[in-house]
Ligand binder design. Sequence first.
Ligand SMILES: Cc1ncc(COP(=O)(O)O)c(C=O)c1O
Length: 379
Amino acid sequence: MVDPTRFDEGERDALRAAFDRVLASGQLILGEELAAFEQEIAAHLGAAHAIGVSSGTDALLTSLLALGVGPGDEVIAPAYSFFATAGAIVRTGATPVFVDIDLRDFMSPARSIGARIGARTRAIVVVHLFGQPAELDPLAELAADAGVPIVEDAAQAIGARLGDHAVGTVGALGAFSFFPTKNLAALGDGGLVTTNDPALAERIRALRVHGAREKHRHEIVGGNFRLDALQAAFLRVRLPLLASKTARRAQIAARYVDRLRSCGLGAPNEGQPIPSDDVVLLPRVVRGEHVFNQFVIRVAAARRAAVRTELLGRDIETAVYYPETLPRQPALAALPDAQGSFPNAERAAAESLALPIDPGLDSDELDRVVDALATALRR
Ligand SMILES: Cc1ncc(COP(=O)(O)O)c(C=O)c1O
């Protein structure tokens, strides 16, 4: 799915130079490298503040903590996402309240989120899944009406835009991940919180150093949630490459759609049932600019395992994001929603299949994926 040993021209040398720079500086924690990265990425995204943190998971956790979310609170989240979306809520002591998804874009519609806002709702986590912006406009309106802040989980969607705004800059806080499979990848773990609110920015900065605003004086309980200077230096090399890599992802997505449609193997995913076993449903850009962190098709549930085996037999990796819904995760079995009904999320868990979309893939490799998929579906 991702080959971390492939680099753009000059990228490897630039990463080595960044490493040497940090090594020579001796400043491994916080310091100028991190501050420079924070400034550059804040400008890139159009956010007033950007705070580097240890991972996307910790970006979500610190965001919720900065909003004061805790025991007795409810936080609304989609039933279909990576576990961190729900795990971060549970770690604050709050209760996740799940919302089913729309099968067209695998995200929770604003109207369904609105229906779950109640007296105990303290925040809404909106996930821009697979790199596509969620329905931010109606969500922002709804959240403002209810007086509930939005935390944008933009872990998969750096650079995605809706209207004039980058995702992660519309809600109270935005959480990003630099995990190596993400569009902007560190050489290890890393994350970012964005906000336009100076008070929240200050709180996140305190939370990432155990709540200490001055050394050895801890006013709130945070954690060690810092982004390493080395990772910041690597990310500074890669940030200027992000736009061209994102454009390449969109090109690959368009080529997949084109090829699969023209050979009659794919139809646009309108949220409909899959018409037959030998056809897949293809991602559509429902709104805004999609950055295609993942290219996720829908395959008949009964065929998915065989399709994956056929592709793997030809050295083509695929992935399932995600084979289980959040309410069905064993770690969340004690939640009130564990027994709830989320039929679209269940269907997505059974049918979704991510094809390789690394920007380093060339046209021949793409054609090989399409050919393999054709063979698998016609079997
Ligand atoms: C939607 C979503 N949220 C949160 C995260 C957590 O990010 P990280 O792996 O950097 O902790 C991820 C990363 O996989 C993700 O995909």
